[in-house]
Design a binder for this molecule. Sequence first.
Ligand code: AMP
Length: 432
Amino acid sequence: MPSYQAPRGTKDVLPSEAKRFQRLEAIARDVFRAFGFEEIRTPTFESLELFQRSLGETTDVVQKEMYVFEDRGGRSLALRPEGTAGVVRAYVEHHLSQTRPFCKLFYVGPMFRAERPQAGRYREFWQIGAESFGNASPSADAELLLLVQTLYDRLRVPDTQLRINSLGCSDCRPKYLGALLAFIHSHLELLCDDCKRRAERNPLRVLDCKTDAPKLADAPTIDAYWDDACRAHFEKTQDYLRRAGGRFVFAPRLVRGLDYYTRTVFEVTTTALGAQDALAAGGRYDTLVKQIGGPDTPALGFALGAERTLIAMDSAGALPAKNGNHLAYIAALGDAAAPVGFELLQSLRQDRALADRGWLFEGGFFEKKLGAQLTIANRLGATDAVIVGDDEIKRNEVTIKSLASGAQETLAKDRLTAHLMDRYAQGDMDQS
Ligand code: AMP
């Protein structure tokens, strides 16, 4: 066992995984652009108080899961457990409400929660998320849900389900919480120890408990308590969604773990994952901007878990499509050829036209025997080898060998670029 290992609950993203991650990110960026979202990057740590105020003092995340530390100046800070609080802080701090009528932002970055690690649950994990400020219309809820649906369609994650609910507002939710709490009290003996404690502080979370939820099948649901405005908002959201081909189910027991949500909440689940079946979640948070010192601004957002989304893409074999690259391996034969091979490799790498055509170049074991160099070329998946030897140098030529067929030809060195450009004519990128 090596002396050092990645800390518990963290993982290294090795190159093959990093490629898939980039693909996920690229598709997400495309979808965000199509829906008018722009990127924002905020710090990975913020003041502890920001998270306490935004997420809620009594939530599990704030009570048990944050990495809290004091810096050398004695300030209380926390590694961000989620992205919304920081984005809202930046929105307020930079007065973004004054510069744009509505403001749609997305982010990609690591989040930190001291949870018990298990498959699909880490202490450092990546979220891709979006926040939309300034639009109270149910069409904004529908738009965000359609964005999420579009994204998962584009990622080809199978068997996803978009579940939606409304948590009402500060007028109607307390009435529901009263009814729920009364029900919970009369069933207290059924609950797990965690939920017995949770019941007072955060009764909604009891509905979210994997062990207890099935025992509370008769618990009241919030739809009976919505006031007229909340009901109308939720109905219009669904109307908008249906018009635009939204696929969703109404889940009256769906709640969220953070306090800031109002009205619409949602999550995306898939049967492709085990216990950790939630891929993405979000909702509306119309009071949060004001709560942390900004103007009264309606807002909503979501975040997806990147690792879980990648696992779900994996299990169905929905691997990213081949990216149309071809690799040529530069090999040298003989002492004088090594520096020529090196120079050729570097100049080919800098050729923009070849790069645009998808050509990549590798090399670097010029002093080895030619056979050994070609073995490396094959292991790397090169389609061609470009060989320079003493004879070629004298005549200013190179030999190009197809590694699939073994066929080879010798051509003038200054014809090489044109030859490679022709080798995979546009639209014929996959012939390798
Ligand atoms: P949340 O911010 O809790 O609403 O989570 C949004 C999404 O982030 C979830 O649906 C998961 O996909 C992902 N997520 C949350 N916590 C973790 C974790 N500890 N490890 C991996 N992914 C997570």
